[in-house]
Structures are given as C-alpha cells and as structure tokens.
Design a protein. Sequence first.
Length: 376
Amino acid sequence: MQPVNKPANKPANPNFSSGPCAKHPGYDVSQLQLDTLGRSHRSALGKKALGLACTETARLLGLPEGYRVAVVPGSDTGAVEMAMWSLLGQRGVDVLEWESFSAGWVTDIVKQLKLPNVNVRKAGYGDIVDFAEVDFANDVVFVWNGTTSGVKVPNGDWIPADRAGLTLCDATSAVFAMDMPWDKLDVVTFSWQKVLGGEGAHGMLILGPRAVARLETYNPPWPMPKVFRMKSGGKLSEGLFKGETINTPSMLCVADYLDALKWVESIGGVKGSIARSEANLQVIEGFVAANDWISFLAKNPATRSNTSVCLTLAATEEQVKKMVKLLDAEGVAYDLGAYKDAPAGLRIWCGATVESSDLQALMPWLTWAYQQVTTA
C-alpha cells in the first residue's frame, strides 16, 4: 500500500452511528411543529399527532388493507417483547439467530417465556440461516436486518403465503431502507431512531390481520404486564392503533418523527429512501473492491445490509480501536466501532439520512487512519 497524506476534505456530517443515526439532510429542530408540547397526549391535539404517526407510517410504507400501526413504549425492543409475550405459545416456535439482537430473542423465548417447543436456527456472524429448514407450521421469529452483523434477509420468497404459523419480524433497521413483503409479515416492529434518525424510547408495532386474529382467540398462560396489553374484553384495543398510547409518550419525539416522515415524502417516499440507502452501500462496495485490507463481514453479497454496513480489517482488535478513536479525534467519523458482541471492525450506517457525498469523503480517511495505526 502506497503511503497517503491526510485527506483535506472531511464529511460535512460525521455522524455514522447505527442508532440513533444521523438526522435527515436539512434537519432543523426549530422547524418542528411543537404545538403539542405542554399538552396532554390524550387531548384532541395530542391524539391527532399520535394518530398521524400511525396513519402516515402506514401510508408511506404502503401497508396492505387491514394492517394496523401503533406507537408503543420501549423502542423496538419493547415492540418485539410486546408481540412475543402476547402472541407466542399457541404453536411451536422457530427462532432465527445470526447476530446479537436475534440472540436476545432466543434468550427471551427459551429462558424467559420458557416455551416448550422451540427450534433455534442459528448462523454465525457474517452468515445467515438456511431458510429451507424453517418450519412454518410454527410461529417464526426473526430480524430482517442483523444490525450488529450487517447481514440482511435477501427477500421474502422463503416465506409461504399459506403458512400456518405467524411471522414476527424485528425490522428496526430495515423499514424505510429495504423492500418489505408486507403480506408475508404478520408482525413488524421498528424504532424511530434507526433509518429515519428519529429520537429514541418509542417503538412502532405493525400487526397484520392474522396477528389480530391470534390476539383475539388466544390467551397466553402467563401474567401480562400492563405495557404489553393489546386487548380488552377479549377484543383488540383499537384505540392503541389510533394514537391512544399505553403510557405517556414524548410529544417532542412525536413531532420529530412526523418531521422525518415529511422528509421521506419529499424524497419520493419509501422508494426514494431505499434508493438513497442502496446508493450509499455502493460507495463502500467500490472502496472495499479497491482495497484488499478491508472486507465485508457479510460473506454473501445478496445478504449484505445496505444500512448497518459491517466491515472487517486486516488489523488487530487494538489497532481497530485506535483507528476508531483517531477518526473521532479528527472529527471525521463518530461511532464507527463494531457492536460490542460482534467481531472487531467498523460499522458504518448507510441509511437514507446519510449523504453519499459524506461517505465519499470518508473513504480516503479510512485508508489514512488504517495506515496510521498499522505502520506506527
């Protein structure tokens, strides 16, 4: 490798965290509609804003008729737990694991819910499970995008339309960035702070008609915490899906999310946000192809994430840590280190809120920083 000088050009926005991710281009907190602040979330004004968070999400994502959207507590984690505790137990479960968050759902299903008929389908970091082994007579729990491994589900072709069980999909870093086959997904969860750069603490729960039918015909044998309850008198609490949240939400965060949704519409909707994310991945793909010291953790290009891009380096773990600190100190890239449970490396967020020009500016800095820590 030829020695390189310190690059002169820096990314205009050095925020490459995988969540909370960068705010959308042109974001200005002073432009948020804040008439809900200081008002009850149960007021007509508060309910209207929360209702819009549900209906605008459904409209922009193009959800099929009969799919419901709710704002729930606890970010994506709360939404997934809410779904698992409310829906699982009637059938066996296939739970798919290939990174740390999906491993967490395995733990909850096996050790907390202690379900008796569970098949854990597991693959290591960089790989994905064999979908041909999945038993759709069971309920199936999986992540669409492995945020800590950079491995995504390539498509929904492996999910049968005539499945007997439900599909529960943790899609927190895939929604608004990847093409989702909604009719194949009975439950989908995500959080505002991922692809759209929203604020934390709130989760989004999407239920299809098959999940609603399960809710109304099945009562789990365990006590149900209040924050997980989605029905009353044996029927779905429809108000939950119209902005009547279980607990008090941050109306500032709601305003921030509605602003992000307006931005999505301004770039051509979900097709526009997907295109931006895919273009961002192409920047890194070109760089990796030109440099033999850096590689994608995801071994198969078809399962390579276009949001949480995970990279391995021909360097020691300590050298990688030094590189991350050096880029931070230079004000070039913040929060680039791999997730704590993942193999040592870099994780660069490439969702729609990141500008391709910033990624292009970052690439020469990766080469410079790598040389600084490996030749010192």
